[in-house]
Design a protein around this ligand. Structure first.
Ligand code: HEC
Ligand code: HEC
Length: 345
């Protein structure tokens, strides 16, 4: 077996879980994806022209982890979206090439299959478009242009046969690079958490504290208004007041829509793997889940654009701990975490 065949074989395995009872299967073109327990196939977003075949996923995984796609060869997507940190980063805000520090915290890449719009402000329409941004962002991967990225990949002969398998010809284009990376990302899932097993009828799957937290989450604490559904997001934008006191606040969604009401609004993130993906919020300003719960308990940070859903909750100390216990029960089985052991040359 060649290295490449082994890599492809590895990817085929990535596409499936052991098929727990109650888990859903998603069919896209000729590809069947076995989702972990708790994730809903009907909510998946896959563009017609980019079905995640095992070959595309395998290629995308290599590109995702390959540091040669950065200006100084030190940064890959996985640097900031690290499988060991819930596919996010353990830093307040991102550090790209040459140690340059950006202004936002890297969100998790898990369960992107279920979202069209990407980024904290939703400025990318899909994962395909999103993937091309960081490659040429001067303080992230710092390549001078998309043409240069394609040239670098073209200059590694071992990639050509993988493009042929994934796309039908050896031609390396920036669009194909984006499509392959997006395909891999669509197979990075988190499910089968204690919460999912609880929902599936396993009464002992969550601790008592987490069970009380679940009731608070959907009731007194009002979290479910925005963190709705199986992926814990309404895919919408809200102002919690985080960072609004800064001299020059990050206006978030407003940069995209220019609508006054969107000032300081950011996308509701998924809460899956949340115990592993801190620090929290678009600016990484909150270090622990307890600090997050305390922010909500005081009704967010006052500012003229604060969401109407934000109000003091009057939680007791035990209720705050229960909510944290519930959030910790959202860590489950994560797919796609394996770093490639070899890269094409
Ligand atoms: C230097 C760190 C860094 C690198 C390298 C990086 N990212 Fe990101 N990523 C971020 C930050 C920060 C954000 C949030 C930026 C924003 O919202 O404006 C982000 C956002 C995202 C999102 C949006 C997630 C969501 O919930 O909306 C995805 C998907 C993503 N990155 C994938 C990638 C891929 C694929 C690569 C490699 C091609 C990559 N990133 C490289 C830091 C990084
Ligand atoms: C009004 C909508 C809304 C409500 C209500 C809400 N959230 Fe959020 N949540 C958001 C948004 C939007 C963000 C990101 C805000 C930012 O970065 O500025 C967020 C961020 C978070 C984060 C950090 C996620 C990360 O990846 O950094 C956690 C944890 C969280 N919320 C938990 C909760 C809990 C627990 C509750 C109930 C007590 C709750 N949320 C209620 C919209 C909401």
């Amino acid at each position: 077996m060649t290295v490449m065949e082994r890599l492809l074989l590895g990817a085929t395995l990535v596409l499936g879980f052991a098929g727990a009872a109650g888990a859903e299967t998603l069919t896209a073109g000729s590809v069947v994806l076995e989702l972990p327990l708790g994730l809903q196939a009907s909510s998946a977003y896959i563009p017609d022209d980019n079905v995640p075949t095992p070959e595309r996923v395998a290629l995308g995984r290599l590109l995702y982890f390959d540091q040669r796609l950065s200006g100084d060869g030190t940064i890959s997507c996985a640097t900031c979206h690290d499988p060991q940190h819930g596919f996010a980063e353990p830093r307040k805000t991102s550090t790209g090439i040459g140690g340059q520090v950006g202004g936002r915290n890297a969100p998790t890449v898990v369960n992107r299959l279920f979202s069209a719009e990407q980024f904290w402000d939703g400025r990318a329409d899909d994962l395909e478009a999103q993937a091309l941004g960081p490659l040429v962002n001067p303080i992230e991967m710092g390549m001078t242009s998309h043409a240069v990225v394609a040239d670098v990949v073209r200059g590694i002969p071992g990639y050509a046969p993988l493009f042929e398998k994934a796309f039908g010809s050896m031609t390396v284009t920036i669009e194909r690079i984006g499509h392959a990376i997006a395909s891999y990302e669509r197979t990075v899932w988190s499910g089968n958490s204690p919460y999912d097993r609880h929902q599936n009828g396993d009464v002992g799957a969550m601790s008592e504290a987490a069970r009380r937290g679940l009731v608070l989450f959907g009731g007194k604490a009002n979290c479910v208004t925005c963190h709705a559904g199986f992926n814990f997001t309404d895919e919408s934008y809200h102002n919690l007041g985080v960072g609004m006191a800064a001299t020059k606040p990050d206006l978030g969604r407003h940069d995209v829509t220019k609508a006054d009401a969107d000032q300081g609004a950011f996308k509701t993130p998924t809460l899956r793997e949340i115990a592993h993906s801190g620090p929290y919020m678009h600016d990484g300003s909150l270090g622990t889940l307890m600090e997050v719960v305390e922010l909500y308990d005081r009704g967010g940070e006052q500012n003229p654009w604060l969401s109407k859903e934000m109000r003091p909750l009057g939680l007791t100390a035990e209720e705050r701990r229960d909510l944290v216990a519930f959030l910790e029960a959202l860590s489950g089985e994560v797919s796609g975490t394996e770093r490639p052991t070899a890269f094409p040359n």
